[in-house]
Design a protein around this ligand. Structure first.
Ligand code: LR7
Ligand code: MN
Length: 598
């Protein structure tokens, strides 16, 4: 395609007519042998009324060391490796346009491409080479795969189901349970019924909730229908990769108190391209948002190196396997939690604090479509993440819930329903304290001291002592060759930052990077990333000296990594002159490369 870059924006659903003419011209001149697309149109239905913005909470380091080879299993007949060339998203007529636009609106990913991919495709082998040498027992516990969905795109859901059927040995796959969480899309409901009856008899069960329950109660309902020995939860827009299940079932067979997660590979919401994720593990910040952390050396320091199981303080939430009886003994989920959010940290704390362990298995890979916003809200429009987080803080976090309230003081007096049953779970299982969890499982977590039940925690006051500056200079973005500066004045608290033409003589472009990992502009304000609204862009704020939201790592790889949200600073639209930047999944791309030059 020469120097012309074809780009798909699902987020915001932008595609100008100029681009169209160009795309069509290039398509008709360059591509003669394109194959007919498999095509499953989904007629429109009702759309969900509350659209929430959210931030992909995912970090990637440059996947340099990961092999990108072809699938080692021969392609199944009729399932050619998918050529995700730019034509895949081409719009030929008004119907295509409508599918694309409605898809963006209702599902927040490119449904046109998803439909064209069909229900089967080959995936790149993203596992480390050494995984092939691993031998797993033939006799493994049987698995019930539980997939909850609400208004999911038909093709994405069916690709999830078929990827499981295609890539799981029959003797370990006991069943797949689809829990329709009272989806409003009438066609989805009807088509799915027919499809399951006609094409998926036997192992696939379809359950429909009479009212919308949310993914947390939805999973408990799914689990109550399951009869396999192990429960495997998946989101409804996943694709499992080769040999995904055996590495997960093996540690559970060895110790039923082990809960396991695959590495979650990335399926782009814009292009549906499947790409490998690096090995990271789960953490969280005091805003009670999940984040990815680098794996500490102590975890990698074992004979199996890159492929050994990794102890993870938390899980992302959607993709994990657990002994079914253990799931019940451990208290399933908190059924007082609604719709979305918080349950991932709750079950993670519960596993560790009550005698279990949580592992990530690098040899198990499952792709997930990462969307830039959630295309649905809660039925009453409530902030279910805050409600659920409050419940988890009150049940599990002891005095450390003050860390959360310091960031969310308005929630201190908010009611959160009855937690008696959950406190009883904690007592019955004789769980450790949250302090124990922090000391033993997540010692990397920084705690602001002192914390006191009655008051907000007081941040350590550094008085006049300023941390030592390690480096000074302009922060040049290597893709656009422009420098990071305040959008307004560098003295203006709350100002956003943008990239501007670099000017070596402009003191307003001078950043200081100090031993506390702060980035200070023009000696005035610190680059700060809100832990509460992690979808906001970073801003200039008064330096508070307590790390977290103002802690940035500027590594050899040239990325500017924000510790609290676990993401990297990126130029959002390199072609635009506005110069906007935002936090994004770390993917090692040029837009995320920065150089601090004197
Ligand atoms: O009311 C609902 N009912 C549902 O059945 C709302 C959602 N759902 C379904 C939905 O169709 C989907 O299959 O629940 C599943 C998860 O919802 P998503 O895909 O909107 O969630 P997410 O991927 O944005 O969010 C992550 O965090 C959630 C917190 O509640 C859940 O734990 C998700 O399962 C989880 N997803 C992952 O962990 C995938 C990797 C993402 C990362 C990091
Ligand atoms: Mn998801």
């Amino acid at each position: 395609m020469g120097s012309v870059t074809l780009r798909y924006f699902c987020y915001g659903c932008l595609f100008t007519s100029v681009t169209w003419s160009l795309v069509l011209f290039l398509y008709f001149t360059l591509s003669q042998e394109s194959q007919p697309f498999r095509y499953v149109p989904i007629p429109g239905g009702q759309s969900s009324s509350h659209q929430q913005r959210f931030q992909p909470r995912f970090t990637r380091a440059p996947p340099a060391d990961l092999p990108r080879e072809q699938p080692h299993r021969p392609a199944v007949q009729g399932r050619k490796p998918v050529d995700l060339s730019p034509e895949m998203g081409m719009i030929f007529n008004e119907q295509d346009q409508e599918i694309r636009d409605m898809g963006c609106h209702k599902h927040a990913f490119n449904v046109l491409i998803s439909n064209r991919l069909g229900y089967h495709r080959n995936l790149p082998n993203t596992r480390n080479e050494k995984c092939k040498e691993k031998v797993y027992p033939l006799a493994l516990p049987s698995a019930s795969v539980v997939i909850c969905f609400f208004n999911e795109a038909f093709s994405a859901l069916l690709r999830t189901v078929h990827s499981v059927l295609d890539r799981t040995p029959a003797h370990v796959l006991h069943e797949i349970i689809l829990v329709d969480d009272n989806s409003e899309l009438v066609d989805l409901q009807e088509e799915l019924h027919v499809y399951v009856r006609q094409n998926l008899p036997g192992k696939v069960k379809l359950v429909r909730n009479e009212k919308r329950e949310g993914l947390i109660r939805g999973r408990v309902i799914g689990a109550s229908h399951a009869t396999g020995e192990v429960l495997v939860f998946l989101d409804s827009h996943c694709e499992v990769n080769e040999m995904w299940l055996q590495p997960l079932l093996t540690p559970i067979k060895e110790d039923r108190h082990t809960v396991v997660c695959p590495v979650i590979d990335i399926i782009s919401a814009d292009t549906l391209v499947y790409s490998p994720s690096p090995i990271v593990r789960g953490g969280f910040n005091w805003g009670l948002h999940f984040k990815w952390d680098p794996v500490p050396l102590s975890e990698l320091n074992n004979p199996d190196g890159a492929i050994a199981p990794i102890r993870s303080p938390t899980m992302a939430g959607g993709l994990f396997a657990m002994d079914r009886k253990y799931f019940n003994e451990l208290g399933q989920y908190d059924s007082g939690m609604d719709i979305w959010g918080g349950e991932n940290l709750e079950i993670s704390f519960r596993i560790w604090m009550c005698g279990g362990q949580l592992l990530i298995l690098p040899c198990s890979r499952v792709g997930h479509i990462f969307r830039k916003r959630r295309p649905y809200g809660s039925p009453g429009g409530q902030d279910t993440m805050a409600h659920n987080s409050l419940r988890l803080a009150h049940v599990w976090m002891d005095e450390y819930k003050e860390q959360y309230f310091a960031l969310r003081p308005e929630l201190r007096t908010r009611s959160y329903g009855d937690i008696g049953e959950r406190l009883a779970v904690r007592k019955r299982l004789q769980c450790h304290s949250f302090r124990w969890y922090l000391d033993n499982i997540y010692p990397e977590m920084q705690v602001s001291a002192p914390h006191n039940k009655a008051q907000q925690p007081v941040f350590v006051n550094k008085g006049l002592r300023r941390p030592k500056v390690l480096q000074r200079g302009r922060l040049r973005n290597l893709q656009v060759d422009r420098c990071l500066a305040a959008q307004g004045r560098p003295s203006q608290k709350g100002s956003m930052v943008v990239v501007k033409a670099c000017d070596p003589n402009d003191p307003e472009q001078e950043w200081a990077y100090d031993e506390e990992y702060e980035l200070i502009l023009a000696g005035l304000l610190c680059l700060d990333m809100s832990e509460i609204r992690s979808s906001d862009p970073p801003r200039l704020m008064k330096c508070h000296g307590s790390g977290g939201s103002q802690q940035w790592t500027l590594g050899k790889s040239n990325r500017l990594y924000q510790v609290s949200v676990g993401q990297c600073l990126a130029v959002t639209d390199p072609l635009s002159h506005k110069g906007y930047v935002a936090m994004a999944i770390c993917d090692g791309s040029q837009s995320q490369q920065w150089q601090l030059e004197e």
